[in-house]
Design a protein around this ligand. Sequence first.
Ligand code: PLP
Length: 388
Amino acid sequence: MKKDTLIVTTGRDPEANHGVVNPPVYHASTILHPTVAAMEAAQRPDYTGTRYGRRGTPTTFALEEAVAALEGGYRSVATGSGLAAIVATLFAFLESGDHLLMVDSVYGPSRRTCETFLKKFGVQTTYYDPTIGAGIADLIRDDTRLVFTEAPGSLTFEMQDIPAIAEAAHARGVVVAMDNSWASPLFFDPFRHGVDVSIQAATKYIVGHSDAMLGVITANETHFGTVQQAAHSLGAAPGPDDVYLGLRGLRTLGVRLPRHQENGIRLATWLQGRPEVARILHPALPDDPGHALWKRDFTGACGLFGVLLHPRPKAAVDAMLDGLDLFGMGASWGGYESLILPVHPEKIRTARPWTEPGPLLRIHAGLEDVADLIADLEAGFARLAAAA
Ligand SMILES: *Cc1c(COP(=O)(O)O)cnc(C)c1O
């Protein structure tokens, strides 16, 4: 089945729910077992039913089934946030004395986990240039257990050659994980490109309406047990209402994301022609350094991209942003509404330092009429000029 059909059909069983179209929300902690034998059966590792609220209910299982089908993995496990999914994945494969290869353009809080928990627990992290490709082989050591990827990178949008990295890692028996939130399950097939474990910050496009926190880890058959055990041990289970919102959001992913893509590309193209703009960071644009990889491996782009301005005083950029009507300022992205945020990769990068002199903005193109969004930015540039 094609993805648009899977989005609508997977993780649903109306016959089991009185004909109701959507899976019901099960609120649960205790799960009752009628006999000792039934209780013992529920404790076996291969048991897939309900056992305890933290381990999921039929609502959770429906979301997990749907995301696993869309990502093309073996099975999925849901978590209480995207970050919980990332932390569980790191904890699943790393122990004291191990070495991690982490992409330098990784989502900031993922990096913080390496600098805090992993460091404290004796795991060494080497950050690598996101554009390293097959060159990752030179950084793999005997104690390397995991290569963590994210494409395009958070804030700076570098593409990664995932198949080349996976090939080099697998040649040394190293597991490959990917934060696949930017593409969502719709626009990149991680398992067909060599990834072993894929992470979705479902908070973003799967929920899609800025109203729930949710993560999903999907793994291949070899690694699913390890990942599921880590996620359950972490105890960061999602709440049933948030899982329901994830399932509900998922059903329209196939129509929302192409519109985010279209608005994003139209905004990016318009911005490219502005004299205030030095460069657009968006792999779907033909002159982006990551375009060839994006075109080879991805089937689309979401609405999130970067805008590098020519150097301007902070007060002028603040004046531009403060007066915007349609672009909200705030963390996260993937909802129906447009967002804009000044970002500072120069503060965190080490392997491939960010040295651009001008201010960097991150835009999330929402589902508004793009002409209104352009008019809002145009007025913002007028305020920038007046204040500069
Ligand atoms: C937001 C984000 C996350 C974290 O997701 P939360 O649900 O907010 O914890 C992870 N990875 C990327 C790339 C993100 O943008």
